[in-house]
Design a protein around this ligand. Structure first.
Ligand code: SAM
Length: 222
């Protein structure tokens, strides 16, 4: 089934579609997972299950997803969407906060090929998610961040680029996604630190925030 058709078949209430990845992003994720043969996948932030469905349709392995608000905020629609496509028996769903679930997955010695971070969008939330995802990713695994327009996401990406030589940034054709591949072992000295709050990214963010129209144009290219 084509990704656009699959997405059209999902129950996503009108007026809440902005919550999910766009069809172009979904297509990109699906092909990335499929083309790289990634079968152990993890996602933080299920909502209506759009990204989960495009990941699950790309492989035949298991998909772990985490969302503390699936029942109350999203009326269990995400889980129902996964079930309607017959994916439910390949899903390990955790109805809890990622900061509680990720350490448990680590204690269980889980390993993933691909992780999608789209949960708590505050800087510290994204950072904590990356901290654990890094420990759960296999060698050559990928981590994908949604909402690159957010300052919090940009700062976490800037931290990785400047401090984590064991990650390779991958040029991503989707402007609202940021992709990295784990290519080595973290060998930082105990006191290592490189500034990642740079003038360049502060300036860029201020510029974009000053011109909301340009943000819309930027995002409409998705
Ligand atoms: C933008 S939505 C995710 C959309 C989904 N990835 C998609 O494209 O279909 C963000 C989700 O993160 C969840 N969330 C918020 N805080 C979280 C946390 N601390 N841990 C895990 N999920 C969280 C919300 O309940 C919401 O479902």
């Amino acid at each position: 089934m084509q990704i656009t058709e699959l997405l059209k078949g999902l129950n996503i209430p009108v007026g809440e579609r902005f919550v999910s990845v766009t069809p172009k992003e979904a297509k990109f994720m699906h092909h990335w997972v499929k083309d790289h043969g990634l079968t152990r996948t993890l996602e933080i932030g299920l909502a209506f299950g759009a990204s989960a469905c495009c990941i699950l349709s790309a492989h035949s392995g298991r998909h772990t997803c985490i969302d503390p608000f699936q029942k109350d905020q999203w009326r269990d629609i995400g889980l129902a969407n996964l079930a309607s496509l017959g994916f439910d028996d390949r899903v390990d769903f955790h109805a809890d906060f990622s900061h509680a679930v990720l350490p448990r997955l680590l204690a269980e010695k889980r390993e993933y090929d691909f992780a999608f971070i789209d949960g708590n969008h505050l800087y510290d939330g994204i950072f904590i998610d990356f901290y654990y995802v890094d420990k759960l990713l296999c060698h050559h695994g990928f981590v994908l961040f949604h909402d690159s327009w957010l300052r919090g996401t940009q700062l976490v990406a800037s931290f990785i680029k400047r401090n984590r030589k064991d990650y390779r940034p991958i040029r991503c054709p989707m402007p609202n996604l940021i992709l990295f591949q784990k290519i080595g072992v973290d060998q930082r000295a105990w006191d290592h630190f490189r500034e990642f709050y740079t003038w360049k990214n502060i300036f860029y963010h201020r510029l974009v925030s000053l011109y909301p129209v340009s943000v819309k144009n930027y995002l409409s290219k998705k």
